[in-house]
Design a protein around this ligand. Structure first.
Ligand code: PMV
Length: 310
């Protein structure tokens, strides 16, 4: 039987989440430490069988949570020539679910790559992105497309209205991610911002505009590796996301703990209302201390990631 393998990594949004849905720019980085592998093999029958941490069984019986994943499989099969009739799909993922880390986009990218590998005609990056967007539309409703680009990029990116450009980083930046332990529904958070904007259009548009301006201001700071300035922009962004009502008491507590522990800046990352907090370490040597303090403050897990470009 033909077999294939596909990989993808998690991502974290540094700046611009939510505003990006309204056409503002955003910046996201790859999280290489959190990744997943998808293995596919052709079946003798015409069945689609899944094996993952959440569910093992035939795709037709998969719970709602896995519908985006099933959509990705069908979308990828439709884009390949000599597609198999039946398929075993096995997902081995280290990316936590619904934490703003791009797990749904990463699974879809891994599936597209694995199916391309099986048919020996790798899908090109645009085809992989089409598969991811088909799945993301089911997972998140209207999505900016940022997650799909971020999980497929090996470098930090600036994303705006579908356009992707690499972000040069002048000196290594070490970030600590802390999991609040609560799932955050991106679809719900995005819907809440939409409703808030319908009620208070000028106030919300002002916040969105400032979130976008922060992204543009940050580009020079990334280029020079200006940690204090980047931290200040992250702090301001968290305040603005709080105004959009996508933070919560747990996220605010973790952000406060990170700042007390000496972080240059801290904010929620991704959709919010659960999910993760991202803190910028003043230097790499102090990242471990930040992790300890965040776990003491209730984070269920923490990770470090260093962002740099050549
Ligand atoms: O929660 P995540 O990591 O899927 O990030 C969502 C980012 C939003 O800007 C809130 C939504 C979007 O489609 O860009």
């Amino acid at each position: 039987a033909r077999t294939g393998i596909g990989r993808a990594h998690a991502k974290s949004i540094l700046l611009g989440e939510h505003a990006v849905v309204y056409g503002a720019p955003a910046i996201a980085v790859p999280l290489h430490a959190l990744d997943l592998t998808v293995r596919v093999s052709e079946r003798a029958d015409e069945q689609l069988h899944l094996r993952s941490a959440l569910f093992t069984g035939f795709a037709a019986d998969a719970p709602q949570r896995l519908h985006p994943l099933v959509t990705a499989i069908h979308a990828a099969l439709a884009l390949t020539t000599s597609a198999p009739l039946g398929l075993d799909v096995e997902i081995d993922s280290a990316i936590p679910f619904e934490r703003g880390l791009g797990s749904s986009a990463a699974v879809a990218a891994g599936i597209a790559r694995a199916i391309g590998d099986l048919t020996e005609t790798p899908l090109d990056p645009e085809a992989v992105h089409d598969v991811v967007m088909a799945a993301e539309t089911i997972a998140h409703g209207r999505s900016s497309g940022l997650d799909g680009r971020a999980v497929a990029s090996d470098v930090p990116i600036r994303f705006r209205a579908g356009e992707v450009t690499p972000v040069p980083v002048g000196a290594p930046l070490t970030f600590v991610l802390a999991d609040s332990g609560h799932e955050g529904s991106t679809a719900e958070a995005v819907g809440a911002v939409r409703e808030l904007r319908e009620t208070f259009p000028s106030r919300v548009d002002g916040v969105i505009g400032r979130l976008g301006a922060i992204v543009e201001e940050s580009l020079d700071r990334f280029a020079t590796g200006d940690v204090p300035a980047l931290g200040a922009l992250m702090d301001e962004a968290h305040g603005l996301l709080t105004e959009l009502e996508v933070s919560d008491a747990t996220l605010d507590r973790l952000v406060g703990a990170a700042r007390e522990a000496g972080a240059a800046g801290a904010k929620l990352t991704g959709g919010g209302r659960g999910g993760c907090v991202l803190a910028l370490a003043p230097d790499a040597a102090r990242a471990a201390h930040l992790e300890t303090m965040l776990r003491d403050a209730g984070a269920t897990r923490t990770w470090q990631t260093t962002v740099e470009t050549a």
